[in-house]
Design a protein. Structure first.
Length: 518
């Protein structure tokens, strides 16, 4: 005879589901429910991950375990260093199900489409029912996004953002936007000029505690990881995450909006919040961040353009890309509408290049695993797009290198917004520019041997050369996009002889990058 199960629910928690108020934990009883988490080699080695990415995930998981144990729960926790540990999440699930014989498996939906199928299949093989709950750490449920999206010819983030503002009542009075307009983006594109940024208060730092130091020691000799863990100082608990928000709102939010698109040498964070990792690991409720920012506006401590810009990122963009991800999967990761198939250049892993902007941003990434949205979109992403790198390889690089990467958010931002490989589902046009954009928005070009104004020649900026080549190669595709009209008319002003030289110059640039010679 089989003994009656003592475990009612086995609650599986993944590394990006560290919400202490998760729907999976609501109503849980420490006497009859068990919580399970695992550090597994397959996830650590899925990409050549940045050490800081692995460290922040594992540290946050171990802190979560301590909190749940303090609440009286039994926690089945597998450490990465466990010699007999399961190598994958499905194998770990199979092991703990056999050990506890629960009446039911419960979890929130993973942030990765393929894991849903894998874990459901494992539960079925183990003969136990599995309940996958919607994650309440988002402001747009699946049904809400579907209600908005169904029947639309195209999904435009700005339209979704306005819908979300009305639905939640954020920065809305009598159904009208605060300040008379929905979007203050035109006020949020200022560069620093030659004098550089005004004084930038450093973000609050959270030095490694004993748990984090243990994680760093566990991964110190892992040759599969890249980057340095020396600068790891991100929040790894909910309390720290809220402090990070409070620090941002008080010290950097007032200036954030105006300079949110600007870049500067040796200034990794500038006026940005640095809370994406805490949001994506569910250490931080996005409602807290949004409402703290709005409180600052209502108290007269931050201008509307800064607060609206921040709210748009969290309430609009973040929720929008999640909706797109689940709507378009499976298959979205392999979209490649522009037929880009070059391998990602070696510079993305080394930072070794004569291009000052790429060298600066990638060196910063190798140190910290962090870059803000313009460094992502208009430096590393832009170069990959113009170069013609395979979009799946670009996505995998972003997944590996950025501490805040989780597939639901990284895929639409990379495949869609950055590489335009989805044909326009996320971005209404390819975000392409010459080196003049980088010169205008940063000081990266000041010490660089390349001239952003030159299209061809020895000192021509690779961004500029590849930009005109990109427009020329994809002219037929781009001609169907009315937002590209001005750029194509500018292309048509270049005579046929120079356009041929641009093509030849672009091929030389690509070959040099392919061999790591530029």
């Amino acid at each position: 005879t089989v003994a009656e199960s003592k475990t009612r629910r086995l609650i599986l928690v993944l590394g990006d589901q560290l919400d202490r108020n998760s729907p999976a934990l609501r109503g849980a009883d420490p006497e009859i429910d068990v919580v399970a988490l695992a550090e597994v080699r397959a996830e650590v080695n899925r990409f050549p991950n940045h050490r800081n990415r692995v460290a922040v995930f594992l540290s946050a998981m171990r802190h979560f375990r301590s909190d749940v144990e303090a609440a009286g729960f039994e926690v089945e926790y597998q450490l990465l260093r466990d010699a007999n540990g399961a190598s994958t999440l499905p194998k770990f699930l199979e092991r703990v199900v056999k050990s506890h014989q629960p009446d039911e498996l419960v979890m929130c939906r993973p942030g990765r489409h393929d894991l849903v199928g894998q874990l459901r299949a494992t539960a079925k093989e183990c003969g136990v029912s599995m309940k996958i709950l919607e994650d309440s750490a988002f402001l747009a449920s699946d049904d809400l996004f579907a209600d908005w999206a169904d029947g639309r010819k195209s999904l435009v983030m700005e339209h979704f953002y306005r819908f979300m503002r009305r639905h939640h009542g954020y920065l809305v009075r009598d159904s009208k936007p605060e300040g008379g307009q929905w979007n203050f983006d035109k006020e949020n594109r200022k560069s620093f000029g030659k004098k550089g940024p005004p004084p930038v208060p450093s973000p609050m730092s959270f030095p490694p505690d004993e748990i984090t130091m243990g994680v760093l020691e566990d991964i110190r000799e892992d040759s599969n990881l890249v980057g340095s863990p020396d600068s790891l100082d991100l929040p790894v608990t909910p309390k720290q995450a809220q402090k990070a928000v409070d620090d941002f709102v008080e010290n950097r939010l007032p200036t954030f909006g105006t300079y949110q698109d600007a870049m500067w040498t040796d200034e990794a964070y500038l006026f940005h919040s640095r809370i994406a990792t805490a949001l994506n690991l569910k250490l931080l409720d996005p409602r807290y961040a949004i409402e703290r920012a709005i409180e600052a506006y209502e108290a007269g401590a931050s201008p509307l353009n800064s607060v609206e810009g921040f709210v748009r990122q969290v309430l609009g963009w973040r929720e929008f890309v999640r909706g797109v991800y689940w709507r378009e999967m499976p298959g979205y990761l392999d979209r490649n509408e522009l037929g880009a198939n070059r391998p990602l250049p070696k510079v993305y892993w080394s930072g070794e290049t004569e291009m000052a902007c790429m060298a600066e941003v990638i060196a910063q990434l190798l140190r910290s695993g962090y870059a803000h949205h313009i460094q992502r979109l208009m430096v590393t992403g832009l170069f990959a797009l113009l170069y013609g790198a395979n979009p799946r390889s670009v996505h995998d690089w972003y997944m590996a290198m950025f501490v805040d990467s989780v597939e639901w958010v990284t895929a639409p931002n990379t495949i869609g917004m950055s590489q335009h490989a989805d044909g326009g589902i996320v971005g209404t046009k390819p975000y392409v520019a010459t080196g003049n954009y980088i010169q205008r928005m940063s000081n990266y070009c000041s010490g660089c041997r390349f001239n952003p104004k030159k299209r061809t020649g020895k000192n021509a900026c690779p961004f500029t050369t590849l930009y005109w080549d990109f427009l020329d190669r994809h002219r037929d595709f781009l001609s169907n996009n009315r937002r590209m009209g001005l750029q194509l008319r500018n292309l048509d002003r270049i005579d046929a002889g120079e356009r041929k030289e641009i093509r030849r110059s672009a091929e030389r640039v690509k070959k040099k990058f392919e061999h790591g010679d530029l």
